[in-house]
Design a protein around this ligand. Sequence first.
Ligand code: PLP
Length: 394
Amino acid sequence: MNVQHLLARRTERMQVNAIREILKVASQPGMISLAGGIPAPESFPLELIAELNARVLATYATDALQYGLTEGFPPLRHALADRLATKGIPVGMEDILVTSGSQGILDAVGKTLISPGDPVAVESPTYLGALQAFAPYEPRYLALTCDDEGLIPESLEAVLGRRSVKFVYLVPNFQNPTGRTLSMSRRRTVARILQRYNALLVEDDPYGDLRYEGEPLPALKTLAPEHVIYIGTLSKVFAPGLRLGYCAAPAAIRDWLVLVKQGVDLHTGTYAQALAAEYIAGGYLDRHLPRIIELYRPRKNAILDALRHAFPADFNWSRPEGGMFVWVEGPEGMDMRALYNRAVENGVAYVPGQFFFVDPAKGRHTLRLNFTMADGPTLKRAIELLAHVMRRQG
Ligand SMILES: Cc1ncc(COP(=O)(O)O)c(C=O)c1O
């Protein structure tokens, strides 16, 4: 059956075929894939699951299998609010909405706030999944300029000074795709700009807990609480397959997000929420997180060492202190999408950077590398192979 004429107009905004093709090739046997964006399976607390299951059944019994509140399972919301308080984020459990991954919040934010043509300001480059979540609601993207310290505040001020935007979307910690972190002084400046222009920020923070060096920086939510929807997830510190994200939003927006979510899935799976409640409140997360950090830190160091030793001198790359990604910039004029097939023939896959830009003409000379899925020696080999491909083109 030909279904083309049946498709809603919004599907025109949902074309992502190119990147799907790339990820398909990346999972071929024998490929070293630095293309993914997923946690290492050995980071999951597999040995704890039986114990957590037993606690869930003993504590909640049939409540863990029942329908629940759209806002989320109260014990998990309590645990999340307590955890956010330790980071200086001033919220109570009533402020927390649990969603099916942080992706679920991004969709709810888009559905709640964006009408066709509404301006939404995003970092350039930014998280592709956010662009995909918002796109069906037909925003007009405004690109914010970034450097090694993250968003350049003057760029935000210039955009907000010219027009009001529905919201600003930022990933301030170890950003996907660049691995960059917004510096402390810029956080203060961005918070002041948000307040001055009465603007709303969507602060997406999946990687903040994955810090391998340096001191944690306060969330923007602590600096301008009334202006920020703070989004977190358990995907990188527990297990992404459980699909557990959460947000703390200003009350008037949160009520709309709840209504929107109710229409989508009534609520996020109760059993998974109960497991997470026990994981956090039982102190398991605090004990397990250092193990994840110890797993990833050497991988991050291995990829940065390998880049330093193997990559040509006219390449630049980010030096993240956490997260999952390194961002590489080749000389202007290189085309990393065109080089992708050559890299794959040599047994290494990456994501060409252009997919993370709202302007498709940008970022052709850039690429994103993931370092969480491979061990140090494998990362070293992958970077050497990739350097060989790059040198032949340089
Ligand atoms: C910046 C960012 N936001 C959100 C997500 C979605 O994560 P999840 O839906 O698993 O919470 C990801 C996943 O990689 C991400 O990198």
